[in-house]
Design a protein around this ligand. Sequence first.
Ligand code: NAD
Length: 335
Amino acid sequence: MVSAVVQQRIKALRSEIEAHNYQYYVLDAPTVPDAGYDTLFRELQRLEAQHPEFLTSDSPTQRVGAAPLKYFAEVPHRTPMLSLNNAFSADEVIAFDARVRDALGIDEVEYAVELKFDGLAINLSYRNGIFVQGATRGDGSTGEDVTENLRTVRSIPLRLKEANGEVLCADVEVRGEVLMFTRDFDLLNEQQRLNGEKEFVNPRNAAAGSLRQLDSAVTATRHLSFYAYGVGLCDGVNLSGKHDLQMAQLADWGVPVATQRSTVQGVAGLLDYYKEMGALRAALPFAIDGVVYKVNDIAQQQMLGFVSRAPRFAIAHKFPAEEAMTTLLDIDVQV
Ligand code: NAD
């Protein structure tokens, strides 16, 4: 492509993606299916990689989500909340594993493998075992203070429990996903229909809309769930140097961690897990849009580090899209 044409295309992609980001992250009302959005995003990433002279720091590829809404107090994250790079094929997973092995100089990598929950990312802060603040991811460095709303989520412990009943003298950040189970989503939409109100497009959108209510009494009527998938900052307690054992520790403290997780060796283990969870997907009580692979050893994670909006030590392997554009159009026609 001629340089000027590429530059034009980059500009058009950026403004289209920014518009979708606003609909999705700020208004919780996407107007295109995720697969369509992903195609645009990848085209922009590819063009910027081929033409670094056109890469600018305000490109949507250089940020995580949208800036926070103005209504909630802003919370600066003490450790950034990032996104994940995506793989859409086995070949991309093989390439990811090769990059990790090359960078670490080892023949086989141990991975923690988990579900990719289709909800919204949340940081929970616990001080001396007590839940003190909860925030959305926002743009990755600043989120929204949704503490009061998170208190209404029954499965989020307000106090971390220690085996011996002692107080946990530590400053711990739990990272995870707020989501809505399919059953609760169907009930909510039935209620919305009865009330003559707009239905939610999908469980993710319903979870986001429910959590970002200014009145926590409304959030309390919505049945939200939570699963942890990581630890942010952790001061005052010696956590294991392995991701899978950290998750086991969170579970011991009473934090919900999904049981469909495992620890595998090498790329064959990753692809087996993908197949297994793909077969399980329809039977799960909540939506997942893929699985996530993480280098299990935290020291190795630190060696690999980050690139712009995502870690190099983890990747999301997405399932084929379930949500079709027609679903969105059907909803649009009804309102
Ligand atoms: P993402 O949803 O693809 O992946 C990153 C997120 O995955 C994390 O922030 C976390 O919230 C979540 N996650 C779930 N399980 C996890 C686990 N086990 N470990 C770690 N993280 C886990 O990325 P994103 O930046 O949140 O959003 C980008 C995606 O959103 C796009 O790929 C697109 O599908 C969708 N999107 C759609 C539109 C639209 O208009 N349809 C607009 C913007 C974004």
